[in-house]
Design a binder for this molecule. Sequence first.
Ligand SMILES: [Zn+2]
Length: 151
Amino acid sequence: MIRIVKKAISLANAPALTEIELGDRARDWAEVLFDVVPEEHLQDAFKRAARDHKTSFPVSMHDVRIAYEQIAADELREEKRLREKFLDDLDAERKLSNRFECKLCFGSGWKEITEYDSVNRPYKGVIKCHDCRHWEYYSEKLKQNSTGKMK
Ligand SMILES: [Zn+2]
């Protein structure tokens, strides 16, 4: 905490404090930040506060607290994104493993279509199905396998 207070003061080009003043200041900061910012995030929060800081005043414990709240919000967002991606992948996997999930290709990746020739006679053809995520998932799987083999 003393190190952080020292840094806040030197970054702002403010006159250095005596050891006693520094100790008092650090204790004040610690009292306020103790319950709010987990110790392992103190450095991060301070760095971010210093970076986002727009005035010539030293970074205050208020800035550090705000910065930590932003860090926590970012982490929450990232966690949420990963969770959604996980569910999304799970869904894609389910669609593949359940052959009857995709009503057009039944999980094969190929669907039948009806086309018309020049004299308007219908004929059947087979094209890649893009109504489900078969091919997207398939290429993802290939990528994973090839990088796995190279190791
Ligand atoms: Zn399909």
